[in-house]
Write a protein that binds this ligand. Structure first.
Ligand code: HEM
Ligand SMILES: *[C@@H]1O[C@H](CO)[C@@H](O)[C@H](O)[C@H]1NC(C)=O
Ligand SMILES: *[C@@H]1O[C@H](CO)[C@@H](O)[C@H](O)[C@H]1NC(C)=O
Ligand SMILES: *[C@@H]1O[C@H](CO)[C@@H](O)[C@H](O)[C@H]1NC(C)=O
Length: 552
């Protein structure tokens, strides 16, 4: 009897599960059908579409890209790859159309890659379209969507304006001595790693060092805490917890994975543990800021300046009795800053060092400029700059633009197109999949000569193709900070060191694990990694001291 009942219940359960699976399967296929049809509809309107299969969408193209590139190539390199292979997929075009649709379902949501600055400005300025869900989902384990990177509308506006003063040029100039101090530590470490008597030193990964530097800087600038990642034997608990969190975030966003498997319940549990650790580590510092009397003559951190708004949402709140939601949002944003503010800048420093070293003419210009503005003795540069911060802005050539056709993009990745055409717009900033984008897509497709008459809604807002930090209201809040870091780095290293890639030494160290054939465009140094760009293998380099002979 009992036994029979058991079987009956079991078979009912099996049928129920079966029905759910069938329903889920049907929903899955229907979604796929919708995705594919959208792209077909665009094509029917005459918009250039990459070769598209009803079954595979553009997945074959993704396969082509993967086959052509090292397995750890970052998806950001897809853009430049498509430019090079344009004729293969768009037989009538030398350069991809302004907007390229990519239907990667079910591996990824549909993406639109923007290859044209005018089209890009349509997405970020008039108006700024909502951000790609892919990029805001990425931050959820870290911030639960409470940060300005993820927010939209009034919530974004309110908090962005609370943080703007901390990131302003004025405030950063006040912080300059602290920033110079951190980069000086970096420079003295570089000196200790340099070979003696003008010889190359031993090989190490530059990106590890620049990440420690930029992490020290963002924690100090936002919280006033000094972690000394650059000098301590082991990473600080804060850095360990944040890096572990980023590892977990990557599970949901891995463009190179074979199956669309997202984050699992145990990932979410681990994320909660990390979030608690991070909160416990930053809360004492926030507490002490809440308790301290506001002192106008002190250098203000980013958090100091945001705490001033403590009673704006809730008039009963005060420094003694803060509102819990305010504190949660403050911490969520702080975490977003620590995340967005370190490896982007660290990777950019690495690629800048490579570009300067590769472009001898450009490097000579930069060194001469430093001699002229800061005096001929490189060892005095930190002191001169600390005394006269404004000299940072007296360096006439913006070295990020001096070499023709070279641009930094949002992932700290640099594009070099011979004719200076825009080669790459960051997918994070410029690919927006919301329905508006699809509506916009039909308008964006204008004749390839780009001539749009004044008064037309597509008339260019500006022709600024240099947009590594994005343009418009949702541009990078940390742009000024990042540019200052890049400038100080250049000032304190360019004249004192030669920084050379050291792949031979690196391969030797790797032994049988060496990958000497992994190259993009013939370069061993390329953008790798799943999420944020990291220079391949952390950019193995060696360093030698230059003679202190100022250019006359
Ligand atoms: C070289 C370094 C950096 C690059 C290339 C870069 C690039 C960008 C880009 C392209 C965006 C726009 C993203 C989009 O529209 O989806 C952005 C946004 C943002 N960045 Fe950066 N960034 C860098 C450094 C930093 C630093 C140092 C911070 C420090 C906190 C930071 C914090 C942010 C934040 C909070 C946003 C969101 C702003 C908003 O939506 O209001 N970034 N960044
Ligand atoms: C910097 O970071 C790397 C990797 O995160 C670590 O291995 C290294 O020991 C850190 N510290 C120093 C002083 O380089
Ligand atoms: C991303 O996918 C690749 C290939 O499937 C895999 O080797 C890598 O470990 C994945 N990374 C993460 C963080 O899941
Ligand atoms: C404010 O800070 C300055 C510099 O740290 C210090 O000299 C001064 O005593 C402080 N004033 C108050 C009221 O705490």
């Amino acid at each position: 009897m009992l036994c029979k009942m058991g079987v009956g219940a079991n078979s009912l359960l099996i049928r129920a599960v079966g029905a759910i699976i069938v329903l889920l399967g049907a929903r899955f296929l229907y979604r796929g059908y919708l995705q594919r049809s959208r792209v077909r509809a665009l094509k029917a309107q005459g918009i250039p579409i990459l070769p598209h299969s009803l079954l595979f969408g553009h997945l074959r193209l993704l396969g082509d890209w993967r086959a052509d590139n090292p397995p750890d190539a970052n998806f950001y390199s897809f853009h430049t790859w498509l430019i090079k292979n344009c004729r293969k997929y768009f037989p009538d075009l030398d350069f991809p159309p302004p907007v390229v649709y990519l239907d990667l379902w079910p591996v990824e949501m549909q993406l639109a890659l923007v290859f044209d600055p005018v089209a890009a400005s349509q997405f970020t300025q008039t108006p700024s379209l909502p951000k790609l869900k892919l990029s805001t989902d990425f931050l959820v384990p870290l911030t639960s969507g409470l940060d300005i990177v993820s927010n939209e509308g009034i919530e974004w506006k309110t908090w962005r304006s609370r943080f703007n003063p901390g990131f302003s040029q004025r405030n950063l100039i006040a912080m300059l001595p602290a920033l110079i101090e951190e980069v000086s530590i970096f420079a003295s470490q570089l000196e200790s790693l340099a070979g003696s008597e003008g010889k190359w030193g031993s090989v190490f990964r530059l990106d590890e060092k620049t990440i420690n530097l930029t992490f020290d800087i963002i924690v100090r600038a936002s919280l006033g805490m000094r972690l000394n990642e650059q000098q301590r034997a082991e990473s600080s608990p804060l850095k360990i917890a944040l890096l572990d969190q980023i590892r977990i975030m990557n599970y949901g966003a891995n463009a190179s994975r074979a199956l669309p498997i997202g984050r699992m319940p145990w990932h979410n549990a681990a994320a909660r543990v990390n979030n608690k650790k991070i909160k416990d580590l930053v809360m004492p510092q926030i507490q002490s800021k809440l308790q301290a009397e506001s002192n106008d003559s002190q250098v203000k951190t980013i958090v100091d300046l945001a705490i001033k708004y403590i009673d704006k949402d809730d008039p009963s709140a005060s420094r003694e009795k803060p509102n819990a939601e305010f504190i949660d949002k403050l911490i969520a944003n702080l975490k977003a800053f620590l995340f967005a503010g370190h490896d982007t800048t660290a990777a950019t420093i690495c690629f800048m060092a490579k570009l300067l070293q590769d472009n001898t003419e450009c490097m000579a210009k930069v060194r001469a400029e430093h001699d002229a503005v800061l005096g001929p003795d490189p060892s005095e540069a930190a002191a001169v700059l600390t005394q006269s911060p404004h000299l940072l802005y007296a360096l006439p050539g913006d070295f990020t633009r001096t070499a023709p056709g070279i641009q930094f993009n949002s992932a700290g990745f640099i594009d070099s197109l011979p004719d200076g055409r825009l080669g790459h717009v960051a997918i994070g900033s410029r690919s927006r999949t919301e329905p508006q984008l699809l509506a916009e897509a039909q308008r964006v497709h204008y004749p390839s000569d780009g001539h749009v008459p004044e008064g037309d809604p597509l008339h260019p807002v500006n022709n600024n193709a240099w947009a590594p930090f994005s343009i418009g209201p949702r541009n990078c809040i940390g742009m000024e900070l990042a540019l200052i870091e890049l400038r100080i780095f250049a000032v304190l290293t360019a004249r004192r060191f030669d920084i050379g890639e050291a792949w031979d030494k690196w391969d030797e160290l790797q032994g049988s694990k060496a990958t000497p054939n992994a190259k993009i465009d013939g370069e061993r140094l390329y953008s790798s990694g799943d999420g944020i760009v990291h220079p391949k293998d952390g950019m193995p380099i060696h360093v030698r001291l230059r003679e202190h002979s100022p250019a006359v």
